[in-house]
Design a protein around this ligand. Structure first.
Ligand code: ADP
Ligand code: MG
Length: 290
């Protein structure tokens, strides 16, 4: 009866737009101990917008700083880069564009090198923020927003506050898994304060911030070494290694192809709550088998 039950479960899931790529994924999902989520584009919409901006250099007016940042971001396809995009903007030429993994992006304008990225990038450059700037951005960060900076090699030129709204069903999804005694985690490349605010808002028990793709991977491996079965939910190139490593990788249609190809379960309706439905279908299927 086992293969029949699996087929029935797979079929029932498919009718709800939940695609299990293998019978193993259906078997394991309902037995998971931990579910780990990427933040940007997974728990949040990934529709990032710039909600506040300020020049930090009296010699560089804000509109010039914004133009520099937008021109460098114009080379990137990250959700953060899209926040700087405007169809009417006339961008300026950027040479030697570079993606700074886990940090941001960089490029030369008029022969001078500029960076756009997070606080970790600033510390890499040896740049520290004044108490005044820290004070200015505090309320935004406490609300769960992220901040990126335009910097040259020696100082911060401007800051941009980015807002990325939570998906409307993130909270209920986390609650459902908690009620089922599954440990919830958030793994993000974003700054510590922003991660803390989002995790608190959603009631996520455990989170890690400032992560590189290999850090996400290692956290999954570590959980598995402790004997835990891990579900990973992600959407980007930075999640693909951890999606493959997880016992079950889950992706929503509309995610990057490289992420989806690393997943064992794909949610065609792009509804976050279908992760919990998939979990329930797996449990019901395995109950029939035993
Ligand atoms: P995540 O989706 O978990 O936030 P990423 O690996 O995509 O992780 O990015 C990690 C961090 O690096 C981001 O939170 C952001 O602070 C910074 N970053 C990445 N890409 C850009 C970019 N194009 N512009 C500015 N900052 C970026
Ligand atoms: Mg993401």
């Amino acid at each position: 009866a086992t293969p029949v039950a699996i087929m029935a479960g797979t079929g029932r899931a498919a009718r709800e737009g939940i695609i299990f790529k293998s019978p193993e994924a259906l078997e394991i999902l309902g037995r998971a101990d931990v579910i780990a989520f990427d933040k940007t584009g997974t728990l949040t919409t990934g529709s990032v917008s710039v909600v506040a901006k300020e020049s930090l250099d009296e010699n560089v007016p804000l509109n010039i700083a914004y133009l520099y940042a937008a021109s460098i971001e114009g080379k990137s396809s990250h959700p953060i880069a899209r926040a700087f995009y405007s169809p009417s903007a006339a961008l300026i030429e950027v040479e030697d564009y570079c993606f700074e993994k886990g940090l941001g992006v960089s490029g030369s304008i008029g022969g001078k090198k500029y960076y756009v990225g997070n606080e970790k990038l600033l510390s890499k450059l040896g740049i520290s923020l004044t108490a005044d700037v820290v004070y200015q951005i505090e309320s935004y960060v406490n609300g769960g927003s992220s901040v990126v900076y335009l910097a040259d090699e020696s100082h911060a030129v401007a800051y941009f506050v980015l807002s990325d709204p939570l998906k409307k069903d993130s909270y209920s999804l986390i609650s459902d898994f908690k009620k089922s005694q599954i440990k919830t985690m958030m793994l993000t490349g974003d700054a510590e304060n922003t991660a803390e605010q989002i995790a608190t808002k959603l009631g996520i028990s455990d989170y890690s911030s400032r992560l590189l793709p290999e850090d996400k991977l290692n956290i999954i491996k570590e959980l598995q070494n402790q004997g835990k079965k891990v579900i990973m939910v992600g959407d980007g190139i930075n999640d693909s290694a951890s999606l493959s490593q997880a016992d079950v990788g889950v992706g929503l249609k509309g995610s990057m192809d490289i992420a989806l190809s690393s997943c064992d379960v794909i949610l065609l309706k792009e509804r976050l709550t279908d992760i919990y439905n998939a979990f329930l279908i797996s449990r019901a299927t395995m109950r029939n088998i035993r």
